[in-house]
Structure formats: C-alpha cells, structure tokens
Design a protein around this ligand. Structure first.
Ligand code: SF4
Length: 497
C-alpha cells in the first residue's frame, strides 16, 4: 500500500513521528484539546499567540489576492480530486494567476496546494506562498520546498519560488499601499538547495505512517512550539498537574527529570540550575506557605500617594495590517481604557471610558485622555503582563505632565516574587493570584476575543456592544486590582504593627 503525504501530514511528521503515527492510527481516541493543559503558563501563552496568527494570517491572504489581481480561487473545502481537476482546467485555460492551485505527485500521490500559482513570461509558473511574518523563516522555506517538489513531480514546470511577507518598515501614510505593505523575496536558490534534504525527510516521514507500533518520542519543547500539539493530553498524561513542567521549558524539565529520576518537586529544592523564582515556587509548594518579602513590599507601598487611580485597558497586539494612518505593521495600540479612583477610605468611583472607534490613529486621543484622567503626582495602579507598560511609558513621555514612576504595575510585584502564594502554581496572572489569595469569586473569564472583535467592528454600530463588553470586563478587573491593593496594604501594615 502506498502512503500518501499531504503538506499538512508532512509538517506533522516533520515535527514529531509520534504525532503522525497517532494522526494515522488514532481512530480509537479523539485528539484532545490542548486547553486541558492551559494551566501550564508556557502552553497558555502559545495558545494565545497561535489564535492571533491564525486569525490575522487569513486577512493577510485576502490582501495578497487584492495585490496580485483577479484570478480563479480553488475552493479549499473541495475534495482533492475536484481541486486537482479545477486547477488543471484553469491551467489549460492559460489563467495567469490561480489561487490555492493544487498538484499531485505522479510518483507517489503526495499532494500540496500553493497560495498563488503565477504564470511567468516563459509559459512556466512561479510559486508564491503568503506568510503573515515579517521575514523569511526556515520553516517557511521547508514548506515551500515540499510544495515545489510536488508541483515539479506533477509536471507543472516551476521557474521560481517566492515568499510574500510583511514589510516591517512600512509606514502607512493614508490609504493602505499594498505595494509597500508586502515584500516579495525570490528564494529559488534556497529552495533548490533544500530539495535533497526535504526528499529524504519525505521518505523517512512516510515510514512513520507504516510502522505498527507507536513510535516513542520524549515530550519536549516541540510539543508546544510553534503551537501546542493536539496530542498533548495523551502524551503528557503522566505529568502531574503541578510539576517541573509548570516551572521551566519542557526540554529543561525533561533534562532535570532524567538527572533526578523524579518528577517530585521535593527532589529539586537544592537544584542549582533553577532560578531564584523557581526555587521560591518549589519551596512554597513543599511548605504550603506564602513567600512574602515584607520589607520590599513596604518600601514600594510607602511611595504610593493618594488619590489613587486604577486603570485597565484593552490592546490590540500582533496585527500585521496597520489599521490607521501613521501606523506600522504589528504596532500595538490601545483601543479601550477604563479609569477609577480609590479614595482614602478605599471607595471605588468609576469614570468615563476611553473607546476608540474611528479610523484615525488612537494615540493622540489616548495621550490627551490619560493626561486628563490621571492627576500629576498621584499613583496610578494597573496590572498587566503584556506590552501595555511600554505603551504607557511612551504615552507618559509624550504627555509631558505625568511621571513614569507614578504608574505602578502590580504584576511586577508578583512576577518578582515579592509575594507568592503556593496555590498560584507558578502563574502570575491576575485571575490566578485572585483565586489563590481568595480575593474574589467574581473573577472575569478572560475575553481574548475582545481584541479580535475590535478589528471587525471598528467604525460600525456593533462597536457599541463591544464597548459594553470591554467596560464590563474592565469593571470587574479594576475591582480585583483594588482588592489586590488592599491585600498588599494589609501585608505591609501587619509588618509595621
Ligand atoms: S505531544 Fe509531543 S510527543 Fe506527543 S505527539 Fe505531540 S509533539 Fe509528539
């Protein structure tokens, strides 16, 4: 029996033989969601970045079609035979551009599609693959090389191979200029130099599908990067809920587990290669006692001056397409901010929210709003584990009235382990801290899709509903930040008394 590889199967096998074997032989058990492991910080991060790549990768593909011009698009949901038939039909018609063209090797039936098949002046074709990254990566080249080999074996003559990526230096002046937004690199020589390697990988990967026994592959970083493997809950079933794998990268955890012949955290209390933070977490887990650096917390707390403000915002990150005039690809910006003040008797008062719903760049409005909301010399608390801090710093510099040192990110106190509760299980998100410290049972479920919805609803009447959702989420978050503030205050006061 001939085992056929699609590009997807080739990539699965390239990443891990065991994953390909499970994919081929696993009709008995379903692939489980990687969310089962979302309590492990490194996996959670990769799930989130994976979502944004998938969403915005698609939009970049649509823009690439606009840039390249009209041409038939082969429906990716069709059966393979139909996709091949349609591609051949358009080739016979001499179509200069075919999107999602599909080819099958005459040698072994392997098949692949390409984003753009472009006829060149000699009657041959160029392969063009569109990526939402901003430079040519090694994995882009091996994907494209697999596609190149299949098209050649299908007797579709290929002259050149191109990668279309995002130009990171593009600065949007007015309307989006696709000519400046995309950069096209001819990578033909690099693809040709990879052919022998990819051919031998194809042969090797094909054998994984045929072996009767499940191949044994150690769990490691490849289970998580570039995105979590769908078989995590199967291969990681013996990993305890909280273990070395929650503390360090899988390859380090595996190396230490091999060295100590153990996954039990008691065996790692004197392990020299662990960081200070990791040792604190292990010690707290073993003793089931909080770690408190009271002097440091007190020194920080005494600098906070009333009236206190608390802010919480929603940002857009990792978007390749500059949505506004003067924006650049992947430039993060803030589209929502809620502000509350905390009086001396710890009463919270909420103020009007900033919500950006126009096609002008939000930055100048945000600078003005922040200057109006936050009083000079008073302390502004927030909690953020993303690049909100960097955005805030540049806004404060631009504003010229506020001081960077007045803005306190409470996340730093937890990230640096000035306080750590064993029930945080090495997570320093606001919800993990609030749950561990019993601050609130009303912890908002993270709404990661708020940012993605913003892209689709900006400038439309639906934006009002999005604003309400942002407001609801930020209200709850600010309440928890206020509780966290009191929690820290209590710790420092206990120390003083
Ligand atoms: S979880 Fe890891 S070892 Fe298991 S199949 Fe996936 S990549 Fe391979």
């Amino acid at each position: 029996m001939v085992y056929v590889l699609s590009k997807t199967l080739f990539l699965i096998g390239k990443r891990c033989p065991r994953a390909l074997w499970l994919h081929t032989h696993s009709s008995d058990f379903k692939r489980n969601s990687h969310n089962t492991f979302s309590h492990i910080p490194i996996i959670k991060d990769n799930i989130e970045s994976d979502n944004s790549t998938l969403l915005f990768g698609t939009n970049v593909g649509t823009l690439a079609h606009l840039y390249m011009g009209k041409g038939p698009i082969i429906n990716t949901h069709l059966k393979l035979a139909q996709k091949l038939q349609h591609t051949q039909h358009y080739i016979a018609q001499d179509c200069p551009i075919i999107y999602e063209a599909t080819a099958q090797s005459s040698q072994n039936g392997d098949y692949a599609s390409i984003d753009i098949l472009k006829q060149n002046t000699h009657g041959n074709y160029n392969l063009m693959e569109v990526k939402s990254g901003s430079y040519v990566r090694e994995n882009y080249l091996s994907d494209l090389c697999f596609q190149y080999i299949i098209f050649q074996e299908a007797s579709i003559p290929i002259t050149s191979c191109m990668l279309m990526t995002i130009n990171p230096l593009y600065h949007r002046k007015s309307a989006l200029s696709l000519r400046q937004f995309f950069q096209i690199e001819d990578v033909t020589d690099r693809i040709l130099s990879l052919v022998t390697k990819i051919q031998s990988e194809r042969t090797r990967i094909r054998t994984y599908k045929t072996v009767k026994e499940e191949p044994y592959v150690k769990i490691s970083d490849h289970c998580i990067t570039p995105y979590p493997c769908p078989y995590l809950s199967y291969c990681w079933k013996n990993i305890p809920r909280y273990s070395l794998y929650s503390l360090c990268k899988p390859h380090l955890a595996a190396r230490l587990a091999h060295k100590h012949h153990s996954l039990d955290l008691h065996d790692y209390i004197y392990e020299k290669s662990l960081s200070k933070t990791e040792k604190i977490d292990i010690h707290a887990h073993i003793t089931q006692k909080e770690h408190i650096e009271q002097n440091t917390l007190k020194a920080i707390h005494t600098k906070w001056t009333h009236p206190l403000s608390i802010i919480h915002g929603h940002m857009l990150n990792n978007i390749p397409i500059p949505l506004f005039t003067h924006a650049r690809p992947y430039e993060p910006f803030l589209f929502f901010l809620l502000h509350a003040s905390l009086s001396d008797d710890d009463t919270l008062s909420f103020h009007s929210a900033f919500f950006h719903n126009s096609h002008q760049h939000p930055y100048p409005r945000f600078v003005r709003k922040l200057c109006n909301l936050c009083q000079k010399d008073s302390t502004v608390l927030y909690f953020s584990n993303n690049n909100f801090t960097a955005l805030l710093s540049s806004t404060i510099a631009q504003c010229g009235v506020l001081k960077d040192t007045s803005f306190i990110n409470l996340h730093h106190l937890f990230k640096n382990r000035y306080y750590y509760h064993p029930k945080q299980y090495s997570q320093d998100t606001l919800s993990a801290i609030a749950a561990a410290c019993h601050l609130s049972t009303d912890i908002p479920i993270p709404l990661q899709d708020l940012s993605y919805r913003y892209v689709h609803t900006m400038g439309t009447p639906d934006a009002q509903k999005l604003k309400e959702d942002c407001e609801k989420y930020s209200h709850s978050t600010i309440r928890i930040i206020a509780l966290l503030y009191r929690f820290i205050k209590n710790i420092t006061e206990k120390h003083s008394s």
